[in-house]
Design a binder for this molecule. Structure first.
Ligand SMILES: *Cc1c(COP(=O)(O)O)cnc(C)c1O
Length: 393
């Protein structure tokens, strides 16, 4: 089946259990799929845009209401939608970071945080994670002091990932934010792996800004995301335009420079909105997701030589494992080499593990049913046994 000449219809999540670490939480709901079709046309949300013209004021479809609902859901005061978490980081960095300003992030931070700092002219300073691959408040305090010594000023902003993309570890955001606030450093809560996955209470966490990714964790089309802020920060990040044209004397009302006026104007926004009721519900059942994840982890760890590189027991469904002493030993002599694992998984209806990876790789069981989790567990154990690896228990 083709969308058009040269463009195959994609059938991945229809045909496989997809454990791709970055795709599991972004898989669309049926409602979002309908929204994509209905609102695919350019500027399709603008039919009923009335004065004051701005995306977050549109009442039909209920975009204004969605903004209020998301703010309440995250326990923050104001929300805008953005084309990806990265654009949320960018808006915050552009607001607070001047050339040469130090900005705090961590040794596990995502590249998009670095790039947001770079674009604003800031200097990136990483809080090192400890041996357990966790970022601690003590390390944050030590780094802030070190930055002050080195550059003569404290960081002007901090980006802290609640769950990092490398290990899927859950860091003590609230404690780190508390330390940062002692130095008057506003803190961005990077919820790329949490907003839409597990409950997030921005105020309780002490976040000045909460950033979420629609396409990673809110069952929304790409590029989409949210930026939520406290009332204190609202007038800074969401300040309105003051520019005036010298020939025409034109002004642009309540448009916001950091949002370049309006952001998501069609299928991305309506897709995110259509999934929201489901997403809101699913965050209340993260315990089930962890239980399913444990089924798969137990199976993997029963294969002799397999190690979990993430914190254990797991607090998130995205995990990094080391199979150098198990699956990679098979790869050495298998006729398909490193591709045997992906190939054996696909034979069993499982996809999402990087082709050729048999040493260190990540997977995410988010959204699998219990039955699918059992199937995944069985698949890994069967592949191990078939290839002569010892399985405990
Ligand atoms: C995926 C990811 C991002 C980027 O999210 P986008 O919505 O694609 O911009 C940022 N930070 C972390 C930790 C991520 O995992």
């Amino acid at each position: 089946m083709k969308c058009a000449s040269g463009i195959e219809a994609r059938q991945v999540d229809e045909l496989f259990i997809n454990i791709d670490p970055i795709q599991a939480g972004g898989r669309l709901t049926a409602e979002a799929m309908k929204a994509v079709i209905a609102y695919g046309d350019g500027y399709s949300v603008c039919d009923n845009c009335r004065k004051p013209n701005r995306l977050d004021y549109i009442a039909k479809p209920p975009i204004a209401e969605f903004h209020k609902d998301v703010a309440k859901w995250l326990n923050m005061d104001a929300v805008r939608t953005v084309p990806g978490a990265r654009r949320g980081f960018q808006a915050v960095a552009q607001t607070y970071v001047k050339k040469g300003d130090p900005v705090l992030l961590t040794s596990l931070s995502h590249y998009t945080e670095f790039l947001a700092i770079e674009e604003a002219g800031g200097v990136a300073r990483e809080i090192p994670a400890n041996d357990q691959k966790l970022v601690t408040p003590d390390a944050a305090a030590a780094k802030i002091e070190a930055v002050k010594k080195e550059l003569g000023k404290a960081p002007v902003l901090a980006f802290i990932d609640h769950v990092d993309y490398q290990y899927g570890n859950l860091h003590d955001f609230a404690a780190i934010a508390k330390v940062a606030h002692q130095y008057d450093i506003p803190v961005v809560y990077n919820g790329a792996y949490t907003v839409g996955i597990l409950p997030v209470d921005g105020k309780a966490l002490g976040a000045d800004f909460v950033v979420g990714s629609g396409h990673k964790s809110m069952a929304a089309p790409a590029p989409s995301g949210i930026l939520a802020v406290t009332a204190e920060r609202e007038k800074e990040v969401f300040r309105t335009t003051a520019i005036v044209g010298d020939v025409t004397n034109r002004k642009f009302g309540i448009k916001e420079p950091e949002m370049i006026g309006c952001t998501l104007m069609g299928a991305t926004l309506i897709g995110m909105m259509a999934s929201f009721p489901h997403v809101r519900q699913r965050t209340k059942h993260f315990d089930r997701e962890l239980a399913n994840h444990a089924v798969v982890m137990d199976a993997l760890l029963s294969i002799e030589g397999t190690k979990c590189l993430s914190e254990y027991p797991r607090k998130h469904t995205m995990t990094r494992v080391d199979t150098t002493a198990s699956f990679d030993r098979i790869a050495e002599s298998h006729k398909k080499r490193g591709y045997f694992l992906q190939s054996a998984l696909e034979e069993r209806g499982v996809t999402g593990v990087i082709p050729g990876a048999t040493k260190v790789w990540k997977f995410n069981t988010y959204g699998t049913t219990h039955k699918q989790a059992l199937h995944l567990a069985k698949a890994f154990v069967e592949i191990a046994r078939e290839n002569g690896l010892a399985v405990k228990g």
